[in-house]
Design a protein around this ligand. Structure first.
Ligand SMILES: C[S@@+](CC[C@H](N)C(=O)[O-])C[C@H]1O[C@@H](n2cnc3c(N)ncnc32)[C@H](O)[C@@H]1O
Length: 343
């Protein structure tokens, strides 16, 4: 059996109404993946946790709070660029495009694009892909405001969501990937992921990517270590999630949040630091972990880019750059591309 067919069998389809359906992996599969990945990533000399596991219900709620913190310039800056982009979008969209969003979260920024698409067409298809169940809540909220909207959501990883999309139908797609979430990939994985997006796209499809730009170290570090401690709670919540879902006994008081900007690697590095020598059991991953005082668990990278690097990266992954929009401070960028064979 091919992987794609196998994967489709793993999904359960939920039809909420004639305007909202979503596909979700069976929960036993999700828990198994979580237990297995934690089992290998914490059983290392350099321990790490994949940032996709931040987003249980509590993590998604905390991320929403982060977005409105004064230090977290990313969200408000990208929204200001989307406002500049809005009047120009219709010149790139010549027919009834479907909107596909990777890591849609609360779909707040999505509204700026839906405002334009729903002005152009009576009926608009939206295809959010997000690992978090927040997708269902966000979709129901959107339907309250956009009468002509039809939503098919995939609660799964970006990669598997794209695979699903590839086999879905022949309609043209505008794929958006906002919030600089791409910056969480390592350079190699990111390049492969861009190639995956490129190979999912057909002639005429468009891809819009929001990426954060290099700026003053102080501004960057404050954005990931805010004065109210919300980002610290977000980072530590991943341990609460492991406690709850994998039957573990992390004592959160024995860990602290750390975010530093690595200038050479052009990235914020986020860690959980063990404050004491300690042992932790993760029952469902069959782990007994020993931490030394000051030992780090790496939880997230957030890469920052020069504009020239963004263009080189997209070009080498097979994209044709249509346009890049920036804010007045040149803090953040939005770049629209097609595949190279397109005019
Ligand atoms: C940093 S938030 C960005 C949310 C929103 N796009 C924005 O710009 O504000 C990342 C979103 O992607 C989702 N996510 C993170 N890793 C993922 C993965 N590997 N596959 C699918 N979704 C993922 C999270 O649940 C979250 O909603």
């Amino acid at each position: 059996m091919s992987n794609t067919i196998q994967k489709n069998l793993n999904y359960k389809k939920y039809v909420v109404s004639s305007k909202l359906q979503y596909f979700k992996l069976h929960s036993s599969k999700t828990e198994k993946t979580f237990a297995e990945e934690i089992s290998s990533s914490l059983n290392h000399d350099s321990k790490f946790i994949n940032p996709k596991f931040f987003y249980d219900k509590k993590g998604s709620d905390l991320f929403e709070k982060i977005c409105s913190l004064p230090e977290y310039y990313l969200t408000r800056t990208e929204i200001s660029i989307l406002r500049k982009f809005q009047p120009e979008l219709s010149s790139y969209i010549d027919e009834n495009f479907r909107l596909v969003e990777l890591g849609s979260g609360t779909s707040v920024k999505t509204r700026l694009i839906l405002d334009v698409l729903t002005q152009l067409h009576d009926s608009v298809d939206y295809f959010p892909i997000d690992i978090s169940e927040i997708l269902t809540e966000s979709s129901e909220e959107l339907l309250k405001n956009y009468a002509g909207l039809h939503i098919t959501g995939i609660i799964d990883t970006y990669e598997d969501g794209l695979e699903f999309l590839k086999n879905f139908d022949k309609k043209k797609n505008l794929i958006i990937f906002l919030g600089s979430s791409f910056g969480n990939f390592s350079p190699n994985d990111g390049f492969e992921f861009l190639q995956k997006i490129n190979s999912t796209m057909k002639s005429g499809d468009l891809f819009l990517i929001g990426l954060d730009l290099i700026k003053d170290k102080q501004i960057l570090e404050s954005a990931y270590d805010d004065s109210q401690g919300v980002t610290a709670k977000f980072n530590l919540n991943i341990l609460s999630r492991i406690n709850a879902e994998l039957d573990a006994d992390f004592n959160l008081k024995n860990f602290s949040h750390l975010a530093i900007y690595n200038e050479e690697k052009q990235r914020i590095e986020m860690y959980l630091k063990s404050l004491v020598n300690q042992s932790v059991v993760v029952s469902k991953s069959n782990l007994l972990l020993n931490f030394k005082k000051d030992e780090l668990i790496h939880t997230e990278h957030s890469h920052k880019y020069k504009l020239s690097q963004i263009h080189e990266l997209l070009d080498s992954a097979g994209f044709q750059i249509k346009h890049t929009w920036l804010d007045d401070n040149k803090y953040f960028s939005l770049t629209l591309v097609s595949i190279k064979s397109d005019p």
